[in-house]
Design a protein around this ligand. Sequence first.
Ligand SMILES: *Cc1c(COP(=O)(O)O)cnc(C)c1O
Length: 355
Amino acid sequence: MLNIDIKRTNNYKPKPNIDDSLEFGTVFTDHMFIMDYTSEDGWKNPRIEEFKDISISPAAMVFHYGQSLFEGMKAYKTEEGDVQLFRPLKHIKRANSSAKRLCMPQINEEDFLQAIKTLVDIDRDWIPRKRGAALYIRPFMIATDPSVNVKPSTKFKFIIILSPVFSYYKEGLNPVKIWIEDEYVRAIRGGIGEAKTGGNYAAAMLSQQKAHEAGFSQVLWLDGIEHKYVEEVGAMNIFFKIDNKVITPSLSGSILDGVTRSSVIDLCRYFGYEVEERRISVDELEKAACEKRLQEVFGTGTAAVISPIGTLKFGDNIYTINSSKIGNLTQKIYDTLTGIQSGKEKDIFNWTQKV
Ligand SMILES: *Cc1c(COP(=O)(O)O)cnc(C)c1O
């Protein structure tokens, strides 16, 4: 059990109008959680205080060598006014496995959950009720040793901030256009692609920008060695429905083990679909698209939940999927998953936890 010191703010901020015009992740609540780590004492001084700027040394290692990790999960308000988290322990376990890969300290799972629940409870009035809206929870850890000497840091800060969000995509659940990247790569096996860490995003920005400028919303990454097999999309895992089977790239070591991905696999099997986790090449996709067997494509991730994909571009070839309309399975998964998250559908898998 953490003994959290709670200092409430004296100046509560006005809450924004949560509608489609709110840009994802740009507004933050009144409070944040912080605790500090040293290798001698472990985690100490857990506290909740006003959301405000923090002060750290310009030499803090995170600025120079990128030792950092983050998580992204959501809290939802049900029609009855209850607040619930979606699979928090899976996110917590993943944070600890990112920490392991990056030489960062573990956080006790129960303490981590207690920190989230206490903070969300204090700022519960910020949670929007609108369908598709939620409170985005961003826990993160940074290396704070004031040193430009390259070595694992001995001091860290763990912080949780909260952001009320509407739907991730301004256009709503309309199918997006995806650029299959055949020049740059995001991660390779043996690297840090499996960890949820800033470096992977830094590696992705240039392609992302190129794709945006060409009118595409995200990049689909290929494997870093052969540039042949599909990995994942920006901040989402990817699914294909081909010949009525659901296929998603297996966790090869260079892609993120998405909580939404895992939930979608369970749901598809529950719906009676055969699900294959395996390598899938762009060749196979192009062939399936040409033969009209590529029925649906969608991305999965906490931020967007489900994002239907209507167009895939590979080199000079452009493939339109399901006439750029959302597919039946995609819609059904979106409805079921958001229904469970918001408490409108029965939680058959026991995925939600009340705050
Ligand atoms: C967070 C993330 C995902 C999605 O994971 P969820 O647990 O479903 O939110 C996918 N890919 C990358 C690179 C990510 O950082």
